[in-house]
Design a protein around this ligand. Structure first.
Ligand SMILES: C[S@@+](CC[C@H](N)C(=O)[O-])C[C@H]1O[C@@H](n2cnc3c(N)ncnc32)[C@H](O)[C@@H]1O
Length: 295
């Protein structure tokens, strides 16, 4: 994981309190709610006063803080971001925790040795934040990640490092055929905003993130339904699909999972307000030899 997303550092130069308070004032005047915190990060990122002025100018013009800095904090990792790539949201850390829990539980139940590894697919990977965080939590993962956006794939390749494969393409299409029926976990934070609600999003998302990263069609579940439809062909028996949705969409998404032969349930995190729909591919009934009553 040499080139992968690294832990957070605070390595900016010291700046005079005066410059810092100017930055806070400019951010506040531009309507930044967390002006103090943002000023701290911008000051830490700038190597010269001219660079600080340029960073503040871009933030005041409305660019998301993470695009100005070139990184986002996700699960304690510094995830590299290019402009125009979806900024990973803190609520998606719940998706990572649920997936990591499932992997640990299935390995404990199977009594697997320390050398065993899991095959994980991160669909609609964006910057690769979810996959990178899963690899950091569980190093014994063979990760494959997919996104249609070449800029996102460039970021993902940097964030997941050389131990993982990242493909450009539509959902399962670019995955190697050898993974069919062998994937332990598919994670997906796919676009799920209902189309008519996109105009209600804050400008940071509406203006600076691509529509393809947000637009989930009429009810927001178009991409998630396609993911559910393809899952059984790629999951190993007993494997899981986990998809983030809004709380309101959870039950409809679970029905879509069930329609595609997955045992589905909805998991919610009260703390972060996140919802994850979890579907399991059933294990086939045992068809081997049975003992006769006489032994
Ligand atoms: C909501 S963003 C999430 C990105 C990332 N999973 C995260 O949590 O930060 C959705 C991503 O899905 C990608 N995407 C949209 N439709 C896709 C498709 N049919 N196949 C693969 N990726 C797709 C977009 O380019 C975008 O990067």
């Amino acid at each position: 994981l040499t080139a992968a997303a690294g832990p957070l550092r605070d390595d900016g130069p010291s700046t005079s309190p005066c410059a810092r308070s100017d930055v806070v004032a400019r951010l506040r005047a531009a309507g930044c709610v967390f002006a103090e915190d943002e000023a701290e990060m911008l000051v830490a990122a700038a190597r010269t006063p001219a660079e600080l002025s340029s960073l503040v100018g871009r933030r005041v013009a409305g660019l998301p803080l993470e695009h100005v800095l070139g990184w986002a904090d996700f699960c304690g990792l510094r995830v590299t971001l290019e402009p125009g790539v979806f900024v990973p949201r803190r609520r998606s850390e719940f998706l990572v925790r649920r997936a990591a829990d499932l992997l640990r539980r299935s390995s404990a139940e199977a009594g697997e040795d320390q050398g065993a590894s899991w095959t994980v697919v991160d669909l609609c990977c964006g910057s690769g934040a979810v996959g990178a965080a899963l690899m950091a939590a569980e190093p014994r993962i063979e990760l494959h990640a997919v996104d249609t956006d070449p800029a996102a794939v460039r970021c993902a390749r940097r964030n997941v490092g050389t131990g993982a494969r990242v493909y450009v393409g539509d959902l399962y299409a670019p995955l190697p055929a050898r993974l069919r029926g062998r994937v332990d976990v598919v994670v997906a934070n796919a676009p799920y905003v209902p189309r008519r609600e996109i105009e209600l999003l804050p400008p940071e998302a509406r203006v600076h993130e691509p529509a393809a990263a947000l637009d989930g069609g009429e009810d927001g579940l178009d991409v998630i339904r396609r993911i559910a439809a393809g899952a059984s062909a790629w999951l190993a028996p007993g494997g899981h699909l986990l998809a983030e949705t809004s709380e309101r969409q959870g039950p409809s998404a679970a029905r879509a999972f069930a329609h595609h032969a997955l045992h589905a349930r909805v998991a919610r995190s009260k703390g972060s307000g996140a919802t994850v729909v979890v579907g399991a591919r059933p294990t086939p009934p045992y068809t081997g030899p049975t003992r006769s009553p006489s032994g």
